[in-house]
Design a protein around this ligand. Structure first.
Ligand code: ADP
Ligand code: ZN
Ligand code: ZN
Length: 728
């Protein structure tokens, strides 16, 4: 017998199947992780199939050295999926397989807990040599930031520097669980719920047709989650398993609580906030059948389940379902393929479906199920559009409109809660010299730095590099430095002046860099009235607080200004989601939306909860301008530390694609090569070849593009992105 093996090496040149000899009795070994001799060394690999014969010279075929686990790690369907992903997303099979296994399986387990490092007090710096630049840099860095993850330090300054300093006994270390059982801290009351007729019909429709893709379009609070829970319950009764995906950010404690209440230990959580050890444990519970429901973010679609009976993608419009960094894939496509393999239904749920998904309903690919009302018969909150220009004309140039301040006053005096949404993070988005216009930028990236008030630091949001805050302009010496637009902290400060006795909480990436504090903030808000929660995108989704009667949207327009064809769609989605946090229980909710473009159709549609009108408007625009879903956008991204090399490769790729275009003149809408909007990130120069291609011959064309972009050039990375979510 022969085994066909994929070696676990991330190199496109060896991304193919290799044959090895297999003992007769090892037929059931498909999916096993093995050690094989390869190019003069021993490497790990995966058996993807077995066969009685081989096309190669039998005498030259080597033996498998050993099997690394008691049982195969992958099943045949996952292997099929890996090959599909190679074809569909142009990624290596080994990349796809790695997505399906927790890293601990491949490396030694145990030592994976996060280790936090601090400098001891009174260290004797004289033991460091003056030319030990990495060691000095490490100490400076630790001195600046206080504490850091060991992995981060080793990555930044190298293992030798770290080890040397450790040998001087300079460090205090502490191992830390990243996330300790969130659910224990946040219990959710068990409610007995009788499904409404609409909910019952939805559950029936899904369970009676196991070969379809369903778009569940239900307004916020319409009881979609209740439908998921009931469908899963039925699938478990049939002894099958289920996958439920949510955007990372909306895997709220409430959501988890509802799943645990219903299914107890049958739920396994796959989430980035777990420590590597916990992640492995959860993976293992699924693998061994101890848990039957995999709940988690994007990568949870690769959960090690057999016999999948249902796949759910909640908040299906969310951008986090696109994996933008290597390996690049789109979760919906993976889920569709898996659902087909298992003959199971796929549910895409959202209050604001993506234009592309809703279009799939229109052309008959998906079945539509609608829930136009809230489940507990509470009304959707009324959305009031406030024209900020007329506020200024009336002499109010503050952050808050008069209407908002009145509504907030009423909310607070009724001892209720308000949520204030702001489309940014940090205290202010940029820093500028008032005299000469100087804006500090990151040394490694072509982007402006962001001021963080609580630490009094400037940070680069692309590479996390930190800089001292400016007190003088390095360009002209002026000390008149302006801190740009409004951020969460500033709003908290202003509100605290108005309501000194009211609890005001803040939820954004800065406030929650300690993972546990996220839960703590929500917990505190949940149990305090009156209270105000100020936050960024993090408060937009999923949360279900009973006492929130007011939602304020401070700068609705911000996402409108992105130069992206999806900007209006995103604005519609974001505002509908934020608005949906208000009035979810018996108290009426209200939303104040502050904008400088009160007449924009996106706000009209949002205020009337008129998704269909919005869709019609958007889709006809996309059709006439030839944008997705009527065409595909493809970007070839070329990055390198070497500017000249990157430029040369870009030109070369452009020429080759131009040749392809000659065979398909009517299919190309656009083709252009240029520098990226962000010309440099993490010291790498960035170029792009951007094109738009009609759907008709797309598969053939992209195949040829993949071929001419196969990367074998040293020091240059080339990525092909299909419909990229951000073009930075
Ligand atoms: P969605 O997922 O669409 O936002 P949820 O399933 O979270 O909606 O339901 C919103 C709220 O309504 C929750 O508090 C839930 O417990 C409640 N709810 C859902 N279905 C019903 C029902 N049939 N009867 C009463 N309350 C319900
Ligand atoms: Zn200046
Ligand atoms: Zn940077």
């Amino acid at each position: 017998m022969y085994a066909q093996v994929i070696v676990d090496i991330l190199n496109s040149n060896v991304d193919k199947i290799y044959d090895y000899k297999l003992d007769e009795h090892s037929i059931t070994s498909i999916g096993s992780r093995v050690l094989v001799p390869f190019a003069g060394r021993n490497v790990e690999g995966y058996i993807v199939s077995v066969s009685p014969t081989t096309f190669y010279d039998q005498a030259k075929i080597k033996n498998i050295i050993k099997f690394l686990d008691k049982e195969p790690l992958l099943n045949e369907k996952i292997i099929k999926l890996a090959f599909y992903m190679k074809k569909r997303f142009n990624i290596r099979v080994a990349d796809a397989i790695r997505l399906c296994l927790p890293p601990q399986v491949r490396s030694d387990m145990g030592a994976k807990e996060q280790i936090i490092v601090r400098l001891k007090e009174n260290i004797n710096l004289s033991s460091i040599r003056a030319n030990a630049t990495q060691q000095i840099a490490l100490i400076k860095y630790l001195h600046e930031v206080g504490s850091a993850d060991k992995v981060e330090l080793v990555k930044k300054f190298g293992l030798p520097a770290f080890k040397k300093l450790d040998s001087y006994d300079f460090f205090e270390t502490q191992s830390q669980q990243k996330f300790s059982e969130p659910i224990n801290k946040f219990s959710v009351e068990k409610k007995v719920i009788n499904l409404t007729d609409l909910q019952k019909n939805a559950v029936n429709e899904i369970l009676c047709d196991r070969n379809s893709i369903f778009l569940l379009h239900g307004v916020t609070g319409s009881g979609k989650t209740e439908i998921y829970l009931n469908c899963i319950e039925q699938v478990l009764r049939e002894d099958k398993t289920a996958i439920m995906l949510v955007p990372e950010i909306s895997l709220t404690p409430q959501m988890l609580g509802r799943f645990r209440n219903r299914f107890g230990d049958n739920v396994a959580l796959l989430h980035s906030m777990l420590s590597p050890r916990q992640r492995f444990d959860e993976w293992y519970r699924l693998k061994t059948g101890k848990a039957k429901i995999a709940l988690g973010a994007r990568s949870c679609i690769f959960a090690p389940l057999d016999n999948i009976g249902l796949i759910i993608i909640d908040e299906e419009h969310d951008t986090s379902y696109f994996s933008e960094s290597n390996p690049r894939y789109y979760t919906h496509e993976v889920a569709k393929y898996l659902a087909k393999l298992y003959d199971c239904p796929l549910i895409l749920g959202s209050a604001t479906p993506s234009i592309e998904s809703y279009y799939n309903v229109k052309i008959g690919n998906y079945k539509l199920i609608e829930l136009p009302n809230r489940a507990n018969s509470s009304e959707l909150p009324k959305i009031q559009i406030v024209d900020m220009l007329s506020e200024i004309r009336n002499g109010n140039n503050g952050i808050f409109s008069t209407a908002f301040l009145l509504a907030l006053d009423e909310c607070i005096s009724n001892k209720k809660q308000a949520m204030i949404f702001i489309n940014r993070r940090g205290y202010s988005s940029f820093v500028m010299c008032r005299e000469c216009g100087y804006v500090p930028k990151c040394e490694d990236c072509d982007v402006s730095l962001v001021y963080h008030k609580d630490e009094n630091m400037l940070k680069c949001h692309y590479c996390s590099k930190r800089y001292k805050a400016l007190d003088k302009c390095p360009n002209c010496g002026s000390d008149s430095i302006r801190f740009g637009a409004v951020g969460t902290q500033r709003i908290v400060d202003e509100l605290q002046k108005l309501y000194s006795n009211v609890k005001i909480l803040r939820l954004d990436n800065d406030a929650t860099s300690q993972k546990d504090s996220y839960i703590n903030i929500l917990q505190e808000f949940n149990t305090t009235t009156p209270a105000i929660l100020v936050g960024t995108q993090m408060i937009a989704k999923g949360h279900d607080f009973n006492n929130v009667t007011l939602v304020g949207i401070i700068d609705a327009d911000l996402s409108l200004h992105f130069s992206d064809f999806r900007a209006t769609e995103r604005t519609f989605q974001l505002i509908t989601q934020v608005a949906g946090r208000a009035g979810r229980s018996k108290y009426e909710g209200k939303v104040i939306l502050q904008t400088y473009y009160p007449k924009h159709y996106v706000y009209r549609c949002v205020a009337n909860y008129d998704y269909k009108r919005f869709f019609d408007k958007e889709i006809s625009l996309r059709e006439t301008t030839h944008f997705p879903p009527f065409a595909k956008i493809v970007r070839v991204l070329i990055t390198s530390l070497n500017d000249e090399k990157a430029y040369k490769i870009t030109k070369d790729i452009y020429d080759k694609i131009n040749l392809i275009k000659k065979d398909y003149t009517n299919d190309f809408i656009y083709l252009q090569a240029m520098k990226c909007p962000k010309k440099r990130i993490q010291k790498k120069y960035r170029y792009e070849v951007l094109m738009r291609i009609f759907n008709k011959n797309y598969v053939d064309i992209i195949d040829r593009i993949y071929k001419v972009t196969q990367n074998t050039i040293k020091d240059v990375s080339i990525f092909v992105e299909e419909n990229p979510q951000v073009l930075s």
